[in-house]
Design a protein around this ligand. Sequence first.
Ligand code: ADP
Ligand code: MG
Length: 373
Amino acid sequence: MIEFEQVAKKYGKTAIAVQPCDLTIEDDQFICIIGTSGSGKTTLLRMINRMTEPSEGMIKINGQDAKNLNEDDLRRKIGYVIQNIGLFPHMTIRENIMIVPKLLKWSNDKQAGIAERLIQRVDLPLDFLERKPKNLSGGQQQRIGVIRALAADQDIILMDEPFGALDPITREALQEMIKGLQQEMKKTIVFVTHDMDEAIKLADKIIIMDHGEIVQYADVTTILEHPANDFVEELIGKRKRNSYYNIEMTVEALMVPQVEAISLSKSVTDAIRQMSDKKVDTLLVVDDQKCLKGFVDINFIERNISKLKPMTSIIEIMERDTASVNKKALVADVIEPLINHTFKYLPVVDDEEHLVGIVTRSSLVSLVQEQLK
Ligand code: ADP
Ligand code: MG
């Protein structure tokens, strides 16, 4: 936990970078700091690990006054990532990942296996570890940059506009990755951004700064629904709760990637057995390339059981007209079909019609309730 008690930063006698503020950041939260340029975001962030000394007030890290922690303790507990997280070109990927554990003088035992574990976590091959950054694509290098920030296993990670200069697609991929890793690895991340969409996507809670003052500190829903003042209102613009789904969330983010599917070449008997084993009422039907072709339904099979032979092929009985949705479609686009039709779920496909998941009614319900909390 990070606690600020009447913490302020002044430069010289009059210039106030951060006005006296109280702030509590709970463990395992993703906190975004947002505000205009010069509003004090970097100063607020850097005071957490005393790279910038506060001029007033007290900062406590896990209950301990940060003043009583020496620099080594702080670096061990708190990681810091600056803009664009550049890799050192003359070092291998492994050396890049292991910089901070080495600087912290971890024993060889403690260092063993970290690079391997992390690179696998972001789905890159192990042999990349011995390569130089220039032999990786830009996006791959950025992924290494992110896992490097996690290598020393600090509980708190401070990030100052780390994705600031990236193209939107790389940026989006990295946002998803860092959010996923943060939740999985249970880190507290304090992340400065000037992009409200980025803050909304990543944050559990957002700190909004204006002229050195924290004007609002609240969860995303509260900020969207109850902006503290005109400044916050302007920052969030038109992103009200419902329209926010339209803009932001894709079906892919919401879908369940495991799907019960059966091959075209299987028989009715196979289908019944699979439905029984997996306790499902319908099976999606795919061809050898895993492309979605239709579905079979237990009710249909039962109604027609007298006419069917055990070895009747799925291809003869399946329903071909199955609705589906592209994984890049927006969640807003599936709300209506899921509410108005009898489907309990919609199959999700990629551009080549490969079945990649399903989006269920219950996942949509949880999403909406999550937003209403
Ligand atoms: P942000 O990160 O939101 O752009 P900063 O925290 O970097 O803002 O800066 C907040 C204010 O403090 C600005 O007015 C800036 O000019 C001032 N400031 C930052 N660092 C220094 C410094 N080392 N000396 C004097 N003023 C500074
Ligand atoms: Mg800054």
